[in-house]
Design a binder for this molecule. Sequence first.
Ligand SMILES: [Fe+2]
Length: 281
Amino acid sequence: MSGKPESSSFFVNPIQPKDTTSVPEITKISSIGRSEFAKDMPNPRRFDEALWHADGQFETVPPSFTSLRLSEVPKTGGDTLWASGYELYDRFSQPLRSFFEGLTATFIGDGYTMSAEKFKDRMEIHDGPRGSPQNVGKELKAVHPVVRTHPVSGWKCIFPVGPRDPRDYGAPKYINELSTLESERILGWFYDLVSQNHDMSVRFRWRNKNDMGSSVSASDFVDADVQQRSGTTAVLSTVQPSTTKVLVRGLVYEWQALGRRRISTLAASHERMRWLVSKLM
Ligand SMILES: [Fe+2]
């Protein structure tokens, strides 16, 4: 985890057990705990699947990197999928990309607040800091740009992907500059593009106990089929999402970011030019 700002550290899940000896930076995940949460909900079967999301988007400094280890792997199925926010950005035409770049979205972790209330005899909202001195307080709410630049790659990606319903732990609630209907349609469009295009995602099959997967939650979304499983996650926070800032050796710099496809095209033409020049010499 070199190159992160000094103030950033491992993310602390906003819901913590009241009496515990466990490490707050390590979050236990369990399909049994999830079923318990869903038990009294309308239509609890919908909790048999996890929906596309990125962790902790309601924090001022959301997680940037996620690792997931399963100590109990699903007997069959139960794959985890990750999808690319870079690719989502690149799927839109230039006029739409420019339009999205002027927008901000509000993210609220009301699913966590609801869960803490439901299990208040043993759980509570941890008021921080949760991986950054900026992640404090019991109000789990943040405003971030719709198009953010990944702090390490410097590439642009679309950030607000996730269910909006708190019962599904949804975080991206609305786009601030648009009407309710416009916001719903655009957030729904982002979500649909991720869920309906298999060529934007990778599939990870859990085979052995203690297998690990890791992802870049600043630019990736995750979806999991919730077969019986348990394990732990450890997640690192780095910087506040921005359209123009990148991290170099722990320091934040302004950067004129581009999309991944544009950078690949520029790199390819640079390579062609070098090849041409080498032939002419
Ligand atoms: Fe997650």
